[in-house]
Every structure is written in C-alpha cells, then in structure tokens.
Design a protein around this ligand. Sequence first.
Ligand code: 6GP
Length: 838
Amino acid sequence: MQTVPNHQVDNLQIEDDRTGLSVECLKRAFLDNLFYVQGKFPKIATKNDYYMALAYTVRDRLLQRWINTAVIYTDRASRTVSYLSAEFLMGPHLGNNLVNLGIYDQVKQAVSELGLDLEDLLEQEEEPGLGNGGLGRLAACYLDSMATLEIPSLGYGIRYEFGIFDQDIRDGWQVEITDKWLHCGNPWEIARPEWAIYVRLGGHTEAYTDERGRYRVRWIPFQVIKGVPHDTPLLGYKTNTANTLRLWTAEAPESFDFAAFNSGDYLGAVQEKMVSENLSKVLYPNDDSSQGKRLRLAQQIFFVSCSLQDMIRIVFGQNVPLEKFHEKFVVQLNDTHPAIAVAELMRLLIDEHDMGWDQAWSITQKSLAYTNHTLLPEALERWPISLFGELLPRHLEIIYEINYHFLEEVKAKFPADSDRLRRMSLIDESGEKYVRMAHLACVGSHSINGVAALHTKLLQQDVLRDFYQMYPEKFNNKTNGVTPRRFIVLSNPRLTNLISSKIGDNWVKNLKDLKHLEAFVDDPEFCSQWRSIKSAIKQDLVAYIQKQNGITVNPDSIFDIQAKRFHEYKRQHLNALHIITLYNRIKANPDIDITPRTFIFGGKAAPGYYMAKLIIKLINSIGDVVNNDPDVRDRLKVVFLKNYSVKFAQRVYPAADLSEQISMAGKEASGTGNMKFALNGALTIGTLDGANVEIREEVGEENFFIFGLTAPEVYALKARGYRPLDYYHSNRELKAVIDRIASGHFSHGDTKLFKPLLDSLLYRDEYLLFADYQAYIDCQDYVSQVYRDRDRWTRMSILNVARMGKFSSDRSIHDYCQDIWNIQSVPIELGECIQAKE
Ligand code: 6GP
C-alpha cells in the first residue's frame, strides 16, 4: 500500500478499472481481464477463459476491501480469531462473492450484454473440495459469518492439491476419481512465498544448559519442510470486511540437494522435493473415522506449526509482546485434527522464544479452545506412541510433561482414584501405547464445546465425562448453523425474492426476521406462490435427472431426499428398507393407492468403507428394478445423484419436499444438512438426534415428522441385549423386505452380493434399523397422507422456513464471540486506511 500514492488510490480511473460496480464498468473490466490476464479475445476464448476473466473482475473488487481490512486490522492490532481446520469445504467462490458484493444482477446483465450466460460461467468453476462433509462445510459457513459480522479472523488449513475424490457410479458401484481442482488455475488465491515457514519433522532431541544455567532442549530434526501460504479473500455479506483463508502448501526447502545433484544423483536430489510435496498432496477421504497414518499426522503438525508460527510473526509485526499472544489471538481447534497445537505452541514459546513452562502453559490454555464434532468412538484420534515419537520427538516429551502436571491435578481433585487416572491420562496404556488427542485438546484448552444441545449433553455424560467432572466450567454448547447467503440467497433466488417481497431483505443478515413470514401463512395467494416456486424448482431437478441419469421423474411426486456422506449410523439403508416396503405393497396389490414418491440419494462413501459402498450399490440396484418394473407404473422412482458436492447440494436442497435425517439417536453430533433443507422449505422426517431436536423445538412438533428410539432408549435397549432377529421374525413386512433382498431380486438372482449387509443387520444391527423400522414406516405412511393435503403441507413448509432463524451461522458465531472468544466486531470503512495515513 505504501508504494501507491494516495491520489492514485482515490483517483476515479482506478475506481473505474478495478472497483467500479456499474454494468458498463464491469463489461470493460471483464474484456480487459480476458485480454490481459487470459491473453485471449472473444473469437477464440473458451468458456473457462470467460470464467477466469469474470473471476478476476470480481477479485479486483474484493481486493480493495481486502486490503482496507488488512490495513485496519494491522494498524489497530485487532484481536483475531484463528480458525484451525484440516478441512474447509468452501464451495464455488464466484456466485457467493457476487451475492456478498451485491452485484449479482449487474454482472448477469453485463455478461449477457456480451452474449454470455452467467449461469453457464458459474457452472464452469471447479469447486475447491478441501473437505469431507459436515466439519469442513461448517468451517466454511463460519468464515462467511465472521466476515459478515465484521469479526477479524483467519482460517488456517491445508491447500490440498487433490481434494475430496470425484465419485462416479459404474454398474451401481462407487468409483473414485482424483479431483484435479487446480488444473485450470485458481483465480481466487494469492501465493505469499515471502511469508513461507519452516516445519521440522523426525530426528532426536538433546538436552543442554543455556548461558543462564537453565535446562534446555534442542531438537535436531531429520527433515525440514517449507510451508507456503496461499491466501483467499472472503468477503462478508454487504460489508467491507474481507477476511483471509490462509492455506499452506508443502515444499522442499531447496529445489535440489546440490551435493547429490553434483555427484550425478539427479533422482536422489529430486527425491526430497517429492517427499516434501507429498505432505499437502491429498485430503484423507474419511469422514468421522481415523486410521492413524503417518502422513496424516505429518499433515497435522505441518499446518498447525505453520499457522502458529505465522501468528507469532504477526504478533511481533504488530509490536504485541509475546506474553500477550492470547490477547491478540484466540485459536479455535476444529475437532482434534489440529490438537497438536497444544504441544506445538508450548514448544514454540519455551524452546524457540525462551519462555518458562508456567507462563507458556497459561498462554496456551488461554489461547486455545476445542470443538468436538463426533460421538463415534472410531473417530477419536489416537496416535501410536512409536509413530508419534519418531515424527515428533520433542512434542512427545512435552506431552509427557503436560500429562505429569495434569495427572497431579487429577490426583489432587480426586484422591485415591487410580482408575480415573488411567482413564484420563493423555497416554492410553491399556495395550499398545497411544497419545489421545481429544484428551490433549481438553487439557490444553479453556473451552470445550459440542455442536448441538444433545451432543454436548452426551459429551458431558459419556465420551468426555471425566473431563466434565474435572473441568465443568470449560464445557459449553454451540449449536451449529449454516449461512443463509449461500444456502438460500445464492441457491434459491426464487424463494429469496418471494420472501423479500413480503418482509424486506433484512432476514439475510438477521435470520430471525423470517418469523415475519408467519403473518402470511393464511394468505392464499402467498401460499400458492410458495407452492409454484417449489414446483418450478422441482421441474429443474427433473430436467437434470433426466439428463444425468436418464430417469423420468414425476414432478408432482414427493421429492424425498437423503443427501449426506454414506455411513451406517446415518442409515441410508433404513431409507432403502422403506422403498422396498412400498415396492412389496405394490407387488402384492398393483392397484394400491399410494402417494407417488421420488427417492433421491446423494453422497460419497469413504473409499475404504466397504459396507457404505455396498449400501450405495444396494440403492442403485433397487433403482434398476423399481424404476423399470411395469407394476410400479411410475409411482416410485429411485435416483442416485452421483458426485455430491457443495455445488450440487445448492441445487438439491431447494427441490426437496422431505428431508431424511434418520440417524440412530445419539450418533449424529448435529447435522447441518437438516438445517439447509428446512431453510428451503422441506419438511423433516427424523429421529431425536443432533440438531433435529432443536429444529423440532423451533418449528413446532406439529410441523416435524418424528419417529424412533431416543438416545436413552437406544442405550437401554442395547444394555438389555438387542436381538435384531426377533424383529425380523415378528414383523411381516420387515421380513418380506429382507427376504426380497436375500432372494437376489435386486441382484439378478445373485444371493451372495448383499449377504454381508443382510448378515450385519440380522445378527448385529449396530445402528438398530430393525428396532426403528416399524416406527419409520408408520411415520412415512403419515407423511404420504399429509402430502395429499396440499394446503396443509404448504402451511407446514412456510412455518418451517419462518421458524429457522436460530440456525443461521451468524447466531452460532455470535455465541462463540460472546462465550468463548471475547471478541468485538471491527467495522471497515472503505478508504479509512488512506485517511489514517494522512
Ligand atoms: C460432523 C458431524 O458428523 C455432524 O453431525 C456435524 O454436523 C458436523 O460435524 C459439523 O459439526 N463431523 C465430522 O464431519 C467429522 O469428521 C470428526 O468429525
């Protein structure tokens, strides 16, 4: 900034070229970028060239705000949230930036005057799929809300070269294809090689005495990796705040090992470069499960160390003493993936910055806060001590010392309770020794939160019970939320316009304002507009399905959608059992009067999760039979939409009539898809799990289809001894469904194909599908009946939307700011930086 004289920044010409928002100016800027950035002219430009030209045009308009924001944060040394997350599932940037800049319509007009279609250009963007599902998407919603609420924040993560795999379906099976999201370049990021950071790995430690006679430890690493930050501006909705997403790429410190190079060992010299770059190569494609792989631990320390060192650089740059690190930054740990931050911040403060243990520990605890996102035991990260010590020898020593002090504390609070010490230790010593990352996060943080009221309660009672008894004051709940900008304004313009025509557009920033819609619930004209919008959106999806899957779908049928990662606890196969139940009813009585339904599924399975992949195959196999059986007469259709992604989700949520949220109670921490569906006017069929509980509370029980066992009932049934076979033998419809699958009806007579799945249900049924089957079927029958009363359904749909205000991520972020972060907003005036300099 300093190098640009003020009069030039103020100057109208720069306004016109880079910042102007009029249609004329946007057109000129677009052609300018096509020429000077893409090096093309219209006659030979590809669609991607046009997309890039538009993206740069929009980025220019972000930059003005981004730089202003950075100047103000720097000048004021503003308190800042660092959101550390191994995943950020941002979704495409272009459309969201147009919405947040408030120039969607101008840009649409500008490109159309140039003979182009904005929707076409939006389609062109490769989404950065740098996350698996819930946790990564939540991080993205939170960044949007922090910018919108003008909260200084930095998102820190990894710039994976390959994000979540692309999913193809071949012969009904999921096939994974590498995601080359960067192959056409990424117009949204700016690399900052000048802020590169070095991270050490492996080797050993040595004790020594420093010049002041103190005991010190020196770490001699085996390997050093260079982290290069790539920054993406994230603009808030109709504010000037543009915060930063800073993602790290791994590189070898030097491109060549010259010694090896000179001795003629060219490949050996390049070897190190390849090994280093592997670190940020690929996102681990597991959702809610951890496998203890060395590369994964290396990724974690890599991005955490880069980020903490970067924060320390900023602290020094703003003349804040390091003793006040926790006043400048609050660091939110998105699950345990960044929990190594506890040991790394201690190491940086003590070994690199000469601080004493007690002070370093106090700063660490005050800076860090931990969010837990799962109740699944297989997702709780633990690292074998041998692997951990080999990669992070110094961190292991620090963890042992933290553990020593911690267990002393536990002993003082709970004397003579050795079993408790064993349970709470940072080291699991029951067999092979492990470092328990959730314990490390709990001990090293000042706040521990769950993501929905029920989830937080279950953490306190069960998964983290000992820690709750030890530190009750650290625990708090922060129910998840989703951003209404991406998930209504951008993805559902028709509903957005209808809502705004009635209640103004304040609701986009204050989602609670949606409650004013209740005044129109008895207005027949409004209801009929509501219905025709849903119907038009369903028509669009019908066309898409026709094109993608070649399946003809009835737009008047219930669009019954389950879109989320495939996992047994989420019970997509319970949904499948319902489909077969209806199919069996039709086969038994072809003239039966049933409400037509289209069952739509979307979602990926972890590549190594066999059972989840078999469930995908089952759904596709059911579709092949049901969709083509003349007896069904188009009353049922089963559609699997491949390659579910954020881009795709935006198309799917608005079209849903019914949202399937049917996890076994006590397993889904919160869910956020449940919120996105309801916000778009779908009704929910769900268990009392995660945030479903709170959604039902808000929308009213008469507007929510609830079924199934509650979490306490689940525990009680399991404690009594659950026997799925009993349900199979005593429930006629259930038995017929299972027998139908077993007979090979959906597998061309092959009775072996689905046997592993059937056996798991008949003999274990860990997620209690059979126990919930009848309640689910009854509830679905009720749904079908209610759907026939169109007025009633519409009313329920309107009331759902009107009462979803609580589930804005703005509300969540507001609560984090108040209860955990202790941070205030910093409004950004455009041009203030220039005035400030004068
Ligand atoms: C998910 C939870 O499964 C989901 O219920 C929740 O809504 C979401 O996090 C956001 O809080 N968990 C993960 O994605 C995960 O990987 C370790 O947890």
